[in-house]
Design a protein around this ligand. Structure first.
Ligand code: CA
Length: 228
């Protein structure tokens, strides 16, 4: 199985809700390039449903959307207790939109036009904050992950991982000490439009053990995996 080496913070799964197709494509490309797994919705209703039925790490939400306005999408999620970090996209200088968005529970905003690189940087900051970490480095034992550089070191030595191996490991590191089921890993490792095969998770776990040591990831029989 050949895969490109990880280029970015590949563990993070983003939902992009934007009806401007050119902008959506440009942004999805930039986010993919940065290593995020991106799913797109082109209207509010579809986006709302995707956010309700999937576990995303962050959402980029345009406010001006067909079928259901972005602000309504946000309000519905918050009313339902969904606390996924949301970055809203607003028209330039529309300060009332920003205030309304933040009041409705948005975590950050960007006025159009914006640079894709800024969206990437803000999403990294948002997902970091939501995981309750001030430091961008994730540590577990002798393993250190720098999400911004997609670099894994063990005892100071650089370990080469493929994009999917990195997604699996990063997710387990985020949930260290807790049991993560195979289904949960599949959700976070694959974008919605990718073919999902739960048995490949075992393959990635096997490779990670080979690279990092067999005790780094424990199997909890019948339940999933846990990073010790
Ligand atoms: Ca729009």
């Amino acid at each position: 199985m050949l895969e490109p080496l990880a280029k970015g913070d590949a563990t993070i799964r983003i939902l992009l809700i934007e009806d401007d197709q050119d902008l959506a494509r440009r942004l999805a490309d930039a986010l993919g390039e940065a290593g995020f797994a991106v799913d797109c919705a082109a209207d509010g209703e579809t986006g709302c449903l995707m956010g309700e039925t999937n576990d995303f790490d962050a959402v980029v939400l345009d406010l001006g959307l067909p079928r259901l306005p972005g602000i309504e999408v946000l309000k519905r999620w918050r009313r339902a207790g969904r606390d996924v970090p949301v970055l809203i996209l607003t028209a330039r200088d529309a300060w009332t939109d920003r205030v309304e968005g933040l009041n409705a529970g948005a975590d950050d905003y960007l006025g159009k036009p914006f640079q894709s690189a800024e969206v990437v940087a803000r999403l990294r900051a948002l997902t970091r904050r939501s995981a309750g970490r001030a430091s961008p480095l994730l540590r577990r034992g002798d393993i250190v992950l720098d999400p911004a550089a997609s670099a894994i070191t063990q005892n100071g030595e650089l370990i080469e991982l493929t994009a999917r191996e990195l997604r699996v490991l990063t997710y387990l590191m985020h949930r260290a000490g807790r049991i993560v089921s195979q289904a949960e890993l599949v959700d976070h490792v694959y974008a919605l439009d990718e073919t999902r095969e739960s048995n490949t998770i075992e393959v990635y776990i096997g490779r990670l053990r080979k690279k990092l040591g067999k005790d780094v990831i424990r199997t909890v029989r019948g339940l999933g995996y846990r990073m010790t």
